[in-house]
Design a protein around this ligand. Structure first.
Ligand SMILES: [Zn+2]
Length: 203
């Protein structure tokens, strides 16, 4: 509707379209943000554009856990004081921060970069699973804590992953207590998440 509006200049439509592609931004919010950007002081908009460009140019995922870094290794993988026997597997890099914020986990992390979704043709091999196997070969992890969202895809991924990891001799745990069905780790508060971590159960 908004994009078909003949009164909007093409550049403004393009901005609305770009903003509307962001997660959680519907057409109305995209329009509101586009007008806000259009009306902000030019210097502020330059800083915004430059910041976005810098993030894209300077940041890359840590080759091990996928947490965004400017250098070669992230603060988690390069910290030798972290427990070398534990690895916590999450769906996306920002989940690492939430688990870290609970303050009760001291092991290593690995982001899969997604979840298994048979309908979309996504299996373990489409995720960062090869990278995980490589890390298991090169390290002495004994316990894998699977911290995936309790959704259908999250459950399917947890089960497949735990079977695969058990075959490789790992003790496989999953976070459990405190996370209601449908809750996203990204939005869980620290207390709920720390209870879920403490109450992890063997898979
Ligand atoms: Zn890392």
């Amino acid at each position: 509707m908004i994009l078909n509006n003949p009164y909007f200049p093409p550049e403004l439509k393009r901005l609305i379209q770009s903003l509307g592609q962001l997660p959680g931004i519907g057409p109305k919010t995209a329009r509101r943000l586009a007008f806000y950007i259009m009306e902000m002081p030019v210097e502020q908009s330059r800083v915004l554009a430059q910041t976005i460009e810098n993030v894209k140019e300077k940041l890359k995922p840590c080759p091990l856990c996928a947490f965004p870094v400017e250098t070669n290794q992230c603060p988690f993988c390069s910290n030798h004081r972290r427990h070398p026997e534990q690895i916590c597997i999450v769906e996306k890099a920002q989940d690492i921060i939430n688990i870290e914020n609970t303050g009760i986990y001291q092991g290593h992390y690995h982001s899969l970069g997604g979840l298994i979704s048979p309908l979309d043709g996504i299996d373990l091999a489409s995720l960062r699973y090869r990278e995980l196997l490589l890390r298991l070969e090169q390290n002495h992890f004994q316990e894998a804590i699977i911290a995936l969202n309790p959704t259908t895809e999250g459950e399917a991924t947890s089960l497949t992953l735990s079977m695969e990891l058990k075959q490789r001799g790992l003790r496989t745990m999953r976070i459990s207590l405190g996370l209601p069905m449908g809750t996203e780790i990204e939005f869980a508060d620290a207390l709920t998440l720390s209870r879920a971590l403490s109450g992890r159960v063997e898979l």
